[in-house]
Design a protein around this ligand. Structure first.
Ligand SMILES: Cc1cc2nc3c(=O)[nH]c(=O)nc-3n(C[C@H](O)[C@H](O)[C@H](O)COP(=O)(O)OP(=O)(O)OC[C@H]3O[C@@H](n4cnc5c(N)ncnc54)[C@H](O)[C@@H]3O)c2cc1C
Length: 429
């Protein structure tokens, strides 16, 4: 089989890229190893900017029709004493809430839109098993699925196969894996009576913390930190060891957990690490999303960075295809555009990692003081959230102000022929 762009991995990064390329009339093939997307513990928290992107992609209505949970506020507390509250609803933008939507629903909605385009195809249940090379350049992939093997020749291979990327390994590109000091145990419980399912919480006690994220339909996705690589030992001690862990942070929430989490099968381990790569590409191959830059789950950024990669990359690839300019210069340009945002997120996350896991009473005092100061300094809160939650919408507002445009320019999606499309000879009017 031959295609212009072959994408390995149909997670948020790969599926959004495939859809955007399909809309730009690019011939694209998406390979996804899983037959079904039913996986309950994945990134489900979509930042306000990503909600705007769903409108651009034309899938917002499908997601809203399915049902989602909107989070308007985040609180950090210690022994139930509020240290920091951040209100998303204060922001001067159109989309000002974090949307929780099950990842399978998001991915199926994207695939349904991809299926509208004859120039795009999705191979489900097909796992990439190797990279094809010609004259030292990646020229396609080999894959296996449904008991058969095959090869796809392409002008570019995009590795979007997630945090344990096989394409990254096969590319031999150098990378650094930086394990954090903690792992996280994830589980789901109903929102307790009297609690709001529109507020996310981080509850602190010493070096332990409990993260509670409002989750569709009326649940909290909860994460509790444990020391790195201690999961097997915890499990051997029996489920009571887990209950004691949660009780130690908040006894009242602990008794709620006892009622709703029956055994270890309800609990999922997330190994926390980051991946840093000096270069995301080699000739004929580019990595995006978690494959290029795995971040920690703090502040719910992974899905959002992955989707932003694809929104940025699609027009660049379409343009370069028209101009026969696909290659390392383009890939380096893409990385240079995305790297500052990713580095900023990683920097904020590393700082939070240190604060949340503070061991000594001095470090915990510093943490308390930090959060209390941030609680009062609204302009600092705004500076951070403008960068990690509202960057896109802020840029659109700025564009509107400069052009006296009454609506948000990018929300027009592709109803008007874009510059890239004009260059490629596509006319949608
Ligand atoms: C437990 C957990 C909780 C998380 N919580 C959040 C959160 O609240 N908010 C947030 O923003 N992020 C969160 N994340 C991170 C988020 O899920 C990822 O950052 C995001 O999904 C990355 O998207 P991606 O498309 O790059 O990779 P992935 O979502 O990992 O998608 C990769 C895809 O590639 C496929 N694949 C793998 N190997 C192959 C192969 N050889 N051939 C073909 N296909 C292959 C996989 O099946 C998968 O569908 C969480 C992650 C986990 C594990």
């Amino acid at each position: 089989m031959k295609t212009d762009i072959c994408i390995v991995g149909g997670g948020p990064a790969g599926a959004v890229l495939a859809l955007q390329l399909a809309r730009l009339d690019v011939d694209v093939t998406l390979l996804e190893s899983a037959q079904s997307y039913e996986r309950s513990f994945r990134g489900e928290s979509m930042q306000p900017d990503t909600v705007g992107i769903f409108h651009e992609l034309g899938i917002a209505e499908t997601l809203l029709a399915h049902g989602c949970v909107e989070t308007y506020r985040m609180e950090i507390s210690e022994r139930r004493r509020l240290l920091l509250a951040i209100d998303y609803s204060d922001a001067p933008y159109r989309h000002k809430f974090v949307m929780d939507i099950p990842q399978p629903v998001l991915l199926e909605a994207l695939q349904a839109r991809i299926a509208d385009h004859a120039n795009a195809r999705v191979l489900r249940g097909a796992a990439c098993t190797g990279l094809l090379e010609r004259d030292g350049r990646v020229s396609g992939v080999s894959y296996r699925g449904h008991g058969k093997s095959g090869e796809i020749e392409s002008r570019v291979v995009i590795g979007a196969d997630g945090r344990y990327s096989r394409v990254r390994e096969m590319s031999k590109l150098p990378y650094t894996k930086l394990p954090m000091n903690r792992d996280v145990l994830w589980f789901k419980v109903p929102v307790p009576e009297g609690w709001s399912n529109h507020t996310a919480h981080i509850m602190l006690k010493g070096a332990r913390h409990l993260i509670l994220l409002p989750t569709y339909p009326d649940l909290f996705r909860a994460g509790v930190n444990i020391a790195k690589n201690s999961f097997a030992g915890q499990k051997r001690q029996g489920i009571d060891a887990f209950y004691t862990l949660v009780d130690g942070i908040d006894p009242e929430f602990g008794s709620h957990v006892r009622r709703h989490v029956a055994n270890w099968r309800d609990i999922h381990l997330l190994d926390i690490f980051t991946i840093n790569m000096p270069s995301w590409s080699r000739d004929g191959l580019l990595l995006i999303g978690d494959a290029a830059h795995t971040v920690t789950p703090l502040l719910g950024q992974g899905v959002n960075l992955a989707i932003q990669d694809s929104m940025e990359l699609a027009p660049m690839l379409a343009n370069a295809l028209c101009q026969d300019r696909l290659g390392s210069v383009l890939f380096a340009e893409f990385q240079a555009k995305r790297q500052p945002d990713i580095e900023f997120v990683m920097k904020v996350q590393m700082r939070q990692e240190r604060l949340l896991c503070a061991e000594s009473s001095w470090a915990q005092f510093v943490r308390r003081t930090n959060y209390a100061a941030l609680h009062r300094l609204r302009f600092v809160q705004k500076r951070i959230s403008d960068r990690i939650a509202y960057k896109r919408q802020r840029a659109m507002l700025h564009f509107d102000e400069c052009t006296n445009n009454s609506g948000m320019a990018l929300e027009c999606g592709f109803t008007q022929t874009s510059t890239v499309e004009k260059q490629c000879g596509v006319n949608r009017s």
